[in-house]
Design a binder for this molecule. Structure first.
Ligand code: XMP
Length: 319
């Protein structure tokens, strides 16, 4: 794609001009946007870039390990990996309000990120994977009434606090263009085509309070669901798919025994920008297969339901 190749060259030039021989810090989330930013900036300025990955303890199964090995071992990008899961899970104990969860996670994230970034002496620049829709969304209501439905901690806050200059090479791009740029940079399809994942992670996929036990149950169900989606060849048709663990127990029967376990809700939507979305029309066969596997393989869940709400009026996440 010649257009994206040209964009890449221009973006690399612009990064070099902006940064000179300064140091840049880039927060990695494991998602497409921050990964593309990191690889692009690394191509522009090499080891003047250091990435910081804060493990919140709220990631999907195996994701933190994947991020660390990919960037450190495959890309050879200097990476600081901070496991802050005890801190996050400790502060989240007993918190059940979705916005309090977000604010708590956002606050700790900024503290930890700042602490780790300051270990890289003299970094003047902070790289962020801000996309065009984030830019529009954050200005479109300025001056008007506040209509924020969910506070996203991954935009804003950090640069002011850290007094750094922003490097935002994706500001003019939509999500599908970021994916094209990633391909242009030679990044693997599994990474470039990844579904979006929210900063607060699994915390907003467990309505009510978060415990390690609930996180473990959710991770197992979510892994099975995504595994079946990939096997059915549906991953790339879907914008986002995930399991939600409801803090509700229902009665079931397993062999000769009565069970009393959690309900798992499955969500999958199609969308182009996350602003509107339709629920994905899985076949009954597929849904039945996933339900059976989850109930048989995940201790703690005895009922699975499928969410058929589109956005609006629903949101994509449950919190
Ligand atoms: P909703 O649930 O508002 O989500 O329809 C739209 C898109 O945003 C993601 N999302 C978040 N991303 N921090 C994030 O980084 C958040 O607090 C957050 N809440 C929702 C959601 O996964 C979807 O892609």
């Amino acid at each position: 794609d010649w257009t994206m190749a040209a964009f890449k060259d221009q973006a690399i030039d612009a990064i070099r001009r902006q940064v000179g021989d300064g140091k840049v810090i880039c927060g990695l989330s494991g998602g497409v946007d921050s990964s593309v930013v990191a690889v692009l900036i690394h191509e522009a300025i090499g080891d003047q870039l250091t990435c910081v990955y804060v493990d919140t303890g709220l990631m999907r199964a195996g994701e933190s390990e994947q991020v660390v090995s990919l960037f450190r071992d495959k890309y050879n990008i200097p990476l600081i990996h901070r496991d802050a899961s005890d801190l996050f899970l400790g502060e989240l104990e007993g918190v059940d309000d979705p916005e309090v969860k977000r604010k708590t996670i956002g606050r700790i994230f900024i503290d930890v990120f700042d602490e780790e970034a300051s270990k890289v002496g003299g970094a003047e620049f902070l790289a962020q994977g801000t996309l065009y829709p984030d830019v529009i969304e954050s200005v479109s209501f300025s001056g008007g009434p506040s209509v924020t439905i969910k506070s996203h901690h991954n935009v804003g806050g950090l640069p002011e606090r850290m007094n750094m200059k922003l490097v935002e090479p994706l500001r003019e791009l939509f999500k599908d263009e970021v994916r094209d740029l990633g391909r242009e940079l030679g990044m693997a399809a599994e990474l470039v085509d990844r579904h979006p994942f929210p900063g607060p992670g699994l915390a907003i996929r467990i309505p009510g309070t978060i415990t390690r036990e609930r996180l473990e149950i959710l991770r197992k169900a979510d892994t099975i669901y995504l595994d079946e989606i990939r096997k059915a060849g549906l991953y790339n048709e879907i914008w986002q798919a995930f399991a939600v663990l409801l803090p509700v127990r229902t009665v079931g029967v397993m062999g000769d025994n009565r069970t009393y376990d959690y309900v798992c809700a499955l969500r999958a939507v199609t969308s182009t920008d996350g602003m509107t979305a339709d629920y994905y029309p899985f076949s009954h066969d597929f849904l039945g297969r996933v339900s059976t596997r989850i109930i048989n393989e995940v201790k703690g869940i005895n009922r699975v339901v499928y969410d058929t709400t589109s956005k609006p009026p629903g949101t994509i996440e449950w919190e």
